[in-house]
Design a protein around this ligand. Structure first.
Ligand code: GDP
Length: 313
């Protein structure tokens, strides 16, 4: 049994993963997570997507916001503000403990994948969680006011700037995290989670060897559309896709992944695009993909795993 590998961004992926670990043995699941959105603030190393996935699987995520720790307080940030720090990036007190621990271990010489593993074990998560790379990759957004770090574009400026281009700084020399390619080669199933295709899945695919491994693996590779009814459920995927000249639709996402996926799952509201997506040479499954509750997540995970059983055999 080669297990299930999930390529993951933040909230959309976390919601699917919380379902996957309920319908498959959690120890057989490996999430390979985007780190292009990582940012250093207040002397701390912050990995938003890794933390969303870890907190969700640990059952401590703030479910209303989709990120951060539930019932967290923000006293530390208030004091940092009085010291003159910019506090546009919300960091709760409990959440800060993770960043302090991560930064401390990194300074001691641990790699990001070792630190990530320590954190998930300490929080009782049985699924493996891997950063896409231990090397620094930074997603940069080109806008009319200049080149912005992704968190500045999204959080500080509220995704209001026109997108002229996207770059993954450092990606040419970044190596996949140890074990990531091997996990994709060995997997029975690889799931491209419903995450932002440009800035969450895009950086993972841009790491050397990832796309090639996905094309060559014997695993069944399936992607779930994050675009539902012609729009993202949250976040700026539409602005980014449009900025890059792509169609904002399930079809637009399927065409980005067509060279390495076997099957594509899209929402029932997009049924009309089925033939169009099938014409890309993909198996298409249409179902309700919007996860509002744990039951929705479990239902979608069950459907995905039963749909793709035997696709390549
Ligand atoms: P982040 O959470 O902001 O880091 O971003 P993600 O990489 O998770 O991407 C957000 C994307 O996930 C958006 O395009 C959403 O439309 C999509 N998404 C979030 N929740 C769901 C869901 O329940 N179903 C589907 N199909 N897509 C979702």
């Amino acid at each position: 049994m080669g297990g299930i590998v999930a390529l993951a961004g933040g909230v959309g992926a976390a919601k699917l993963l919380r379902g996957i670990v309920k319908v498959a043995p959690e120890e057989d699941v490996i999430a390979i997570v985007n780190t292009g959105d990582d940012i250093e603030l207040h002397g701390l190393y912050i990995c938003p997507d890794l933390d969303i996935i870890t907190y969700t699987l640990a059952g401590i995520v703030d479910e209303v916001k989709g990120w951060g720790v539930k019932d967290d307080t923000f006293h530390c940030l208030e004091v940092l503000k009085r010291y003159g720090y910019e506090t546009w990036f919300n960091l709760g007190d409990r959440d800060l403990a993770t960043h302090i621990y991560r930064t401390h271990l990194l300074r001691m010489g641990y790699s990001l994948s070792q630190v990530t593993d320590e954190i998930r074990k300490a929080l009782g998560v049985k699924a493996r969680i891997l950063p896409m790379s231990n090397d620094k990759v930074r997603t940069m957004i080109m806008t009319p006011i200049g080149r912005l770090n992704f968190q500045e574009y999204l959080v500080k400026r509220g995704a209001k700037d026109e997108v002229l281009g996207v770059e993954f700084e450092g990606v040419n020399v970044a190596k996949p995290a140890p074990g990531a390619l091997e996990a994709m080669e060995r997997a029975d199933v690889i799931i491209v989670c419903p995450s932002n295709p440009i800035v969450s899945i895009g950086p993972i695919l841009a790491i050397k060897g990832v796309r090639e491994t996905l094309m060559e693996t014997k695993a069944n590779v399936v992607a779930i559309s994050p675009i539902v009814g012609g729009a993202p459920l949250k976040g700026p995927a539409d602005k980014l896709m449009r900025g890059l000249g792509l169609e904002v639709s399930a079809y637009g996402v399927a065409s980005l992944y067509r060279d390495f996926i076997d099957a594509f799952v899209m929402d029932s509201v997009d049924e009309a695009q089925r033939k169009h997506v099938e014409a890309l040479g993909l198996r298409v499954f249409v179902t309700n993909t919007v996860m509002r509750s744990l039951e929705d997540s479990i239902g979608l995970a069950e459907e995905i795993l039963s749909m793709i059983k035997g696709l390549k055999q």
